[in-house]
Each structure stands twice: as structure tokens, then as C-alpha cells.
Design a protein around this ligand. Structure first.
Ligand code: ATP
Ligand code: MG
Length: 202
């Protein structure tokens, strides 16, 4: 009985060594350096927070980052309050009032204005990370032209990272991206009648 754990330990060690060899081999093979296109999509909670988390990570390493938010509201954004103090520039589409009126012409004009800022960022070699928060909807609603967006992403500086968040990301952007994560909803507090919580939901 006393010897049994030892055999198991040897087995475990050899299994872990094999795993380590495989991981080491994959790390050794991944030598390419390039700016990544990252897409965080899906219906679950965590897309924008993931985008901001990456911006924070980049800024923590001394990289420069800019954020464009394709959102209609002008809600207080916790991440903005802190990231602006760290030199991260924010552009918010924020058509505000039109959320109620659903004025399509005003919405398109606002989307185009925010996109113009995005295009400038996507040409700027001094910006290491660009977060295009909720961009997916602008393409889904056809407020922005998919081809124009893809062209700007393709022509960006080689080492610039771009993060796109939002539900229902267009297939062509998913194909173009280097890393794509789909956040799946299992549960959300809102469905149990709990209102959006400051510091958690915004
Ligand atoms: P977060 O900003 O928390 O990372 P998100 O970007 O994944 O969320 P969005 O679709 O942009 O999600 O929605 C923003 C707001 O809606 C947040 O307050 C978030 O908590 C809430 N939300 C996200 N997913 C769901 C869901 N499945 N059901 C209800 N509310 C949700
Ligand atoms: Mg979001």
C-alpha cells in the first residue's frame, strides 16, 4: 500500500514532463511578432471589460492606447475615469438623445464621425493598441461599410494591435482576426431582476 503513491507520482511526473515538452515546443515554434487583431464577441457578459483589461495591460507595459466607443449613451464609464489619467485617449460616439428618437440619419453621422477618429488612429504608428468597443453593431446596422473597415485594419501599422468588441461580429472580421473569443452566456443577474451594478456593469 505504501508504494502505490510513489508509482502514481512517477506516472504523474512523466505525464507532466510530456505536457511540458509539448508546451515548450509550441512556445519555441511561436516566434512571429505582429500586431494582432482580436475580436471579443458573443452574447455573454465580458466583452468590453476584456477589451479594457487588455488596454490596461498594455498601458502597464508602457504602451500607448486609444479607445473609440461606438455606443449611443453617455453613461459614466469606470474604465474611462481611470484610463484617461493614464494617458489613454477616448472618443465616444454618444448620440445620447437619439437613443430615444432612433433617428437613423443622426446615428449614421455619429458613427461616421467616430469612424473618422478610428481611421486616424489606425494610421498612427505611435498608437500601439486601439480598442474599437461595440464596433460590430455599426457593421451589422450597415452604418459603416465593412470593406472600408477591413481596408483600414489591413493597412494599419504592422505592430499595432486592434481589439474589436460587440455581439454578432461579421464573419469576414472573424476570418481576418488572429484571436477570436466568443463569450457565452450561462447566467446573467439582469435576468433575475437585478439592475446594472456600478463598478461591475459600467
Ligand atoms: P461588459 O461591459 O460587462 O464586459 P459586454 O461588453 O460583454 O459587458 P454588452 O453587450 O456590451 O456586454 O452589454 C453591456 C451591458 O449589458 C453591461 O452592463 C453588461 O453587464 C450587460 N450585459 C452583458 N451581457 C448581458 C446579458 N447576457 N444579459 C443581460 N445583460 C447583459
Ligand atoms: Mg460591451
Amino acid at each position: 500500500m505504501a508504494k502505490q503513491p510513489k508509482i502514481n507520482e512517477q506516472k504523474h511526473q512523466s505525464r507532466m514532463q510530456k505536457l511540458k515538452d509539448k508546451v515548450d515546443e509550441r512556445i519555441a515554434n511561436a516566434q512571429q511578432e505582429k500586431g494582432l487583431l482580436i475580436v471579443i464577441t458573443g452574447n455573454g457578459k465580458g466583452k468590453t471589460t476584456s477589451g479594457f483589461g487588455t488596454v490596461l495591460r498594455a498601458v502597464g507595459h508602457g504602451l500607448s492606447a486609444s479607445v473609440v466607443q461606438f455606443i449611443k449613451g453617455d453613461w459614466d464609464c469606470g474604465e474611462r475615469n481611470i484610463l484617461e489619467k493614464c494617458g489613454v485617449n477616448f472618443t465616444v460616439m454618444a448620440t445620447g438623445f437619439t437613443w430615444d428618437t432612433q433617428d437613423k440619419t443622426t446615428d449614421i453621422a455619429a458613427a461616421e464621425k467616430a469612424w473618422q477618429v478610428s481611421e486616424r488612429l489606425l494610421k498612427d504608428k505611435t498608437i500601439n493598441v486601439v480598442l474599437l468597443d461595440e464596433l460590430t453593431y455599426m457593421i451589422a446596422y450597415k452604418y459603416l461599410n465593412l470593406g472600408t473597415v477591413i481596408q483600414a485594419i489591413n493597412n494599419r501599422p504592422t505592430h499595432q494591435h486592434v481589439i474589436i468588441t460587440g455581439r454578432g461580429c461579421h464573419r469576414q472580421l472573424i476570418e481576418l482576426a488572429d484571436t477570436v473569443s466568443e463569450v457565452q452566456p450561462i447566467k446573467h443577474a439582469f435576468d433575475s431582476g437585478i439592475k446594472a451594478q456600478q463598478g461591475i456593469d459600467y
